[in-house]
Design a protein around this ligand. Structure first.
Ligand code: ZN
Length: 382
């Protein structure tokens, strides 16, 4: 059983997301957390073989045995074995503009190596082009550092050099994630929310908001969504993939006058839920590209047969970036990540875990871009 609805939280949650800082994924790397004595450390780096056992003892007194043990890792064992050679990699310091240290670089390179059937030479070239390093088709330190710099500049992505299911859709925006689509929807939503809103019924408000987002879905070749008005008990909107419809909160639709912040949040929410519709359709197209029949897709994803049929007729090319991105969402919802996802969406899941789910990380980023575009319109009009 997988939760069928994609929920976006209320205004309180929207505030919380802005306060949240990126989460470092690699907490097991000591060189980031320690500040060893500079002189010995620097000399060790410049002339590693010159580090004596006495200097190791000095390090131990200064920063504590346990930390030295972590810092020097295998080196201490080798010293104990009577070998004074030291590999510089254990004490190498980070360059100012390199986000990853040696161990993180190795881990990131390993990430791609372990997934070489998906991260083909062609995919690697595209990632290299995306982060602005030479397109060699071979993963190297320059590439993973550049991916990490991209992640650093695009909070709250984890800064780990691994272009996985959260980073790829940000790096290669398509469909509703394209800036032009975002700006178009923000403008059209503003016309509704700050135009005739007061003179419209709640049904008209819902119809117009969903009609405009359906225009954007049509432009992205995604089937239209239906719309429902419900009491969502504090949630602003939901995409229901079994019904292929977006529910909007009755309380919000009944509001006679929305503040600028509330209006931006409505636009953000509708777009966030529509992005989920696009994600689910891309997953279905990706499965079609892998040879699944329409019946199989409808059954395994619990989506309406007519949606599965459309996806079957327009499959994503296996090996394409689009298919890799869709697979990231698919694994999260239906594949290797599904047990984790079910727990996160249940009573023991945390808000941070929910926001880190690949499909939510993506929808929150795209929805957030609508809020930004919406707020710019207000500034321009003022
Ligand atoms: Zn969502």
């Amino acid at each position: 059983m997988s939760p069928k609805q994609q929920i976006k939280g209320d205004g309180e949650a929207a505030t919380e997301r802005r306060k949240r800082e990126p989460v470092a994924q690699d907490l097991d790397n000591p060189t980031q957390q320690l500040a060893p004595p500079v002189a010995v450390n620097q000399r060790a780096r410049l002339a590693p073989s010159s580090l004596t056992s006495r200097e190791v003892s000095q390090l131990q007194r200064t920063i504590g045995n346990r930390e030295v043990g972590i810092l020097l890792a295998g080196t201490v064992q080798r010293l104990e074995a009577g070998e004074l050679q030291m590999q510089s990699e254990f004490v190498v310091q980070r360059e100012d503009d390199d986000p990853l240290d040696e161990s993180q670089v190795r881990k990131a390179i390993g990430f791609y190596a372990n997934r070489s059937t998906q991260y083909t030479e062609e995919i690697i070239r595209q990632i290299q082009a995306g982060v602005g390093v030479p397109e060699t088709g071979t993963v190297d330190e320059a590439m993973v550092q550049a991916v990490a710099r991209y992640q650093q500049a695009n909070s709250p992505l984890w800064v780990d050099g691994m272009a996985g299911p959260r980073t790829l859709p940000a790096l290669f925006p398509s469909g509703l994630a394209e800036q032009e689509e975002i700006e178009t929807y923000a403008e059209e939503a503003e016309d509704i929310l700050e135009g005739d809103w007061a003179s419209m019924s709640e049904e008209e408000r819902a119809d117009d908001l969903i009609a405009r987002v359906n225009d954007r879905l049509a432009a992205a070749n995604v089937p239209q969504v239906g719309r429902l008005i419900e009491d969502l008990g504090g949630d602003a909107g939901q995409f229901d993939f079994e019904e292929w419809s977006i529910s909007l909160d009755q309380g919000i639709l009944q509001s006679e006058a929305l503040s600028d912040a509330e209006a931006a949040d409505v636009a953000d929410t509708v777009y966030h839920e529509a992005r989920h519709a696009e994600q689910w359709y891309r997953m279905a197209q990706m499965r079609a590209g892998q040879g699944r029949t329409a019946d199989q897709i409808a059954h395994e994803m619990s989506i309406p047969p007519r949606i599965a049929n459309e996806a079957f007729g327009d499959p994503l090319a296996p090996g394409s970036m689009e298919a890799l991105i869709a697979d990231g969402w698919y694994q999260s919802v239906y594949g290797t990540g599904s047990a984790h996802r079910e727990r996160v969406l249940g009573p023991t899941g945390t808000y941070e875990e929910y926001r880190a789910l690949p499909e939510e990380s993506d929808a929150w980023r795209v929805g957030g871009d609508v809020t930004e575009a919406y707020n710019r319109l207000g500034e321009e009009g003022a």
